[in-house]
Each structure stands twice: as structure tokens, then as C-alpha cells.
Design a protein around this ligand. Structure first.
Ligand SMILES: C[S@@+](CC[C@H](N)C(=O)[O-])C[C@H]1O[C@@H](n2cnc3c(N)ncnc32)[C@H](O)[C@@H]1O
Length: 228
């Protein structure tokens, strides 16, 4: 199975992402980070080990969440992010894995096999990668992780149009993407980038992440807990 290739220029992370975090984490990103903290507080997997896929330097991850686990492993191809992560959370002794769990449609099965007793958190990475993955990857993931505690927050769409509301919202699974968008934006033509997760990885909970002064991401959250 393929390993993670080190990357500093990944479109979903790398230097641009660190610069944005430096500039906006203390202001523009605060409401979204607070929402992630609430989602993570509600997710109480019984496992003692946690694997985070795509943590970057953990800019959206609260210390209290990470310190709930006896061991925290990560899969992160950005070497700078790994250094920053260790510096931001000095009390934690991260375990660095090398599996590329988004490398192929077979990779989710390898992920489940390599981390059989870990809860797994996809930390805002699936929405940036799904476009380039085989169509079967998301269903393979859900099958492979059926017996795991796992969670994901990920991009659904992004746009430069400011939403009508920044408040998080819950919709039942089965509503259309149009209905979800109407819950946040006024009607009419919405020019957007579709991150292809809406149908592939259905969610009920949504929040807005204003990543730049003029860029808004609609983020979905899903989670499940399974006994050890
Ligand atoms: C938008 S950033 C994640 C944000 C981060 N979770 C935070 O709290 O700030 C996406 C991250 O996923 C990483 N990534 C990209 N491809 C990956 C892969 N195949 N496996 C694991 N991580 C990956 C990127 O290097 C980047 O750090």
C-alpha cells in the first residue's frame, strides 16, 4: 500500500495554509474553531488511541480533545506541519504514521487494518482530496470503518459569497444540497466550488468557516462511536 509523500506545496495544506493560519486563526477562524471544539466534545469514542488524518499543525484542534487519549497518531504529509504540531502541543508525544489512506480505493481497508483499535478523525482533509480519488473511495471508507469509532469534518462547498447566517445548522440526511445551501445563503445563483462530499459522505451538521475575508467554506460534520 502507498506511503505518504512529503509535501510542502499541497493544495490543501503546505506553506499557504500555515500563512493563513498565522494570519487568521486568532480572529477570523475563531468561531469555526469553537464549533469544531463543540463537535469534538460531543464525540466521545471509548478508544484510548486516536489517529488524526490531516491535522496540519492542529490549528482547529483543541488541546483538551487531544489530551483525552493515551496515544495520538497522525498521518500528515507536510513535514513543517508535523514540526509545528509538536511545538503547539509539547505535552503530547505524537506517533507519526506513513500510510496514504487516500491513495487508492483499497487504502481505507489498509487504514482499518493498520489502526484496528484507534478512533479515527479526518481533520478537514476529505473535502480537499475527494475530487482526485476513485469514486468508490468514500463508500470503501464507510465499509472499512463500520466497526471503528470515527469522525470527519470536511468541505462541502466553498464560495466567495457571504452567507446570510454564520450560525451552525442541522438538516436531516436526504435533503438536497440546494435545501442546505438555502439554509445559509439567500436564493439566486450561487457561484461555488463543489467539493464532491455531499452525496459521497452524507452529514447532518453544518457550519461556516470563513477561511479568508472573502472566502467561505460550508463544512459538514459526521461521527460514530463503536465500543472497543
Ligand atoms: C486543510 S488542511 C487541515 C487543517 C487542519 N486539520 C487544521 O486543524 O488546521 C489539510 C491537511 O491535510 C493534509 N493532507 C493532504 N493529503 C493527505 C493525505 N493523503 N493523508 C493525510 N493528510 C493529508 C495536508 O498536508 C494538510 O495539512
Amino acid at each position: 500500500m502507498g506511503g505518504l509523500r512529503p509535501s510542502l506545496t499541497d493544495a490543501s495544506g503546505g506553506l499557504t495554509y500555515h500563512w493563513r493560519a498565522l494570519r487568521y486563526r486568532g480572529n477570523l477562524w475563531k468561531p469555526f474553531c469553537a464549533q469544531v471544539e463543540r463537535w469534538l466534545l460531543d464525540w466521545q469514542p471509548p478508544q484510548e488511541k486516536l489517529l488524526i488524518v490531516g491535522p496540519s499543525a492542529g490549528y482547529s484542534l483543541p488541546t483538551g480533545f487531544l489530551s483525552r487519549f493515551a496515544q495520538v497518531a497522525i498521518l500528515e504529509p507536510d513535514p513543517l506541519a508535523r514540526q509545528f504540531l509538536a511545538r503547539r502541543f509539547p505535552a503530547l508525544d505524537f506517533v507519526y504514521g506513513s500510510l496514504d489512506c487516500m491513495g487508492s480505493a483499497e487504502a481505507p481497508a489498509s487504514l482499518a487494518a493498520e489502526y484496528p483499535d484507534s478512533a479515527i478523525l479526518f481533520s478537514n482533509v476529505i473535502g480537499q482530496r475527494l475530487d482526485g480519488l476513485p469514486r468508490s473511495w468514500a463508500s470503501a471508507l464507510q465499509i472499512a470503518l463500520a466497526g471503528h469509532s470515527w469522525a470527519s469534518y470536511h468541505d462541502v462547498i466553498s464560495t466567495e459569497i457571504p452567507p446570510r447566517t454564520m450560525d451552525p445548522r442541522r438538516f436531516s440526511v436526504g435533503v438536497s444540497l440546494e435545501d442546505v445551501l438555502m439554509g445559509f445563503w439567500d436564493g439566486g445563483e450561487l457561484s461555488l466550488h463543489d467539493h464532491q462530499t455531499f452525496a459521497a459522505l452524507p452529514v447532518e451538521d453544518y457550519a461556516i468557516w470563513q477561511i479568508l475575508p472573502s472566502r467561505y467554506h460550508l463544512i459538514g460534520w459526521r461521527s460514530q462511536c463503536v465500543a472497543c
